[in-house]
Design a protein around this ligand. Structure first.
Ligand SMILES: [Zn+2]
Length: 319
């Protein structure tokens, strides 16, 4: 567990990465709920109902990108500098002279919406960080973002991947699979770097339901030895990286609410405002969301039985 400058634990956010946290905070409507109840999935109709609710949620989602633009305009009008995780890391744990808005996007799914967020940033002339999972590191939208000059990092989920592959559901077994998961990080980072055409210098932990079940984040893999081998300079949840942050805002459970909290923090003069978004919550992306939701359903059902997980659809992850 690490804590931000506001004393708030970042562990929950690391767990969330995305949907698992939504399930815990929102309580309903998200299939991530399976993460918390992955063990006792006994009624076969429940996952299907959750999937139906989630698809309905995604399909009916309003577009909130105008609210994202409003956040950026608020920062500009109040003389904030706007930057990426690289800018935050460059502060080296110290309070900067200028006020900053740090933009981080975890592209768990829906690179098409991420591309639209990038367009807003380009209009204003600012650069954000985009963390992609391997399963989102392909396609025209991904290529567009990686070629745009935006900061790109790796959204890491190897511990969860290996846990699901080996049917590990007990926290006591995590130590046994950690070496394998670290090796997988090395392989996957090389694949990711090849897909981006860049050297990758930083990573962030994705929050899978398996992490919630195991009580261990993917970030725990990034010890000194792994960083040395891979050239990863920082992980997004590192204490020293986050120390300057005064206001930490993530877009769960609701993008509109998060945008308002960000605007409030900026209007209140928060010195380093950190804004984490998951593009899927800012617009509707039916096909991308459907593929991811079905994958999660399959994973969760298999994980609940301690069976091996295997992704389907256009996935870049371990097969
Ligand atoms: Zn994530």
């Amino acid at each position: 567990m690490i804590a931000g400058a506001d004393g708030r634990s970042l562990t929950a956010e690391a767990h969330d990465g995305g949907d698992a946290h939504v399930a815990e905070t929102q309580g309903a409507g998200a299939m991530g709920t399976l993460g918390r109840s992955a063990g006792p999935v006994r009624n076969p109709s429940r996952p299907a109902k959750r999937l139906a609710r989630r698809i309905s949620h995604d399909y009916g989602r309003a577009d909130h990108l105008n609210r994202y633009r409003e956040v950026l305009h608020t920062a500009v009008s109040r003389d904030y500098r706007i930057g990426s995780m690289l800018d935050l890391a460059a502060m080296k744990g110290a309070t900067p002279t200028d006020k900053w808005l740090i933009l981080r996007h975890d592209v768990d799914v829906a690179p098409s919406i991420a591309r639209r967020m990038l367009a807003i940033e380009s209009d204003i002339g600012v650069t954000a960080t985009y963390y992609f999972r391997l399963c989102t590191a392909h396609g025209a939208d991904f290529d567009h973002i990686t070629r745009s000059g935006a900061d790109i990092g790796y959204h890491s989920e190897e511990l969860a991947t290996v846990a699901k592959a080996f049917g590990v559901t007990s926290p006591h077994e995590v130590r046994e699979i950690t070496p394998v998961a670290k090796e997988l990080v090395v392989v996957n980072l090389a694949r990711f770097a090849a897909a981006t055409g860049r050297t990758i210098h930083h990573a962030s932990s994705h929050g899978d339901f398996a992490n919630s079940r195991l009580g261990v984040t993917n970030a725990t893999l990034y010890d000194d030895e792994l960083r040395h081998r891979t050239g990863i300079r920082f992980e997004a949840y590192d204490d020293d990286v986050n120390r300057p942050v005064t206001d930490r805002i993530a877009d769960q459970p609701d993008a509109v609410d998060a945008s308002q909290r960000a605007i409030n923090a900026l209007e209140a003069g928060g010195h380093v405002v950190y804004f984490l978004s998951h593009p899927r919550w800012w617009g509707s992306s039916r096909s991308e969301a459907l593929i991811e939701d079905v994958n999660r359903l399959v994973d969760a059902a298999r994980f609940a039985r301690g069976a091996r997980g295997r992704r389907i659809g256009p996935s870049f992850s371990v097969s």
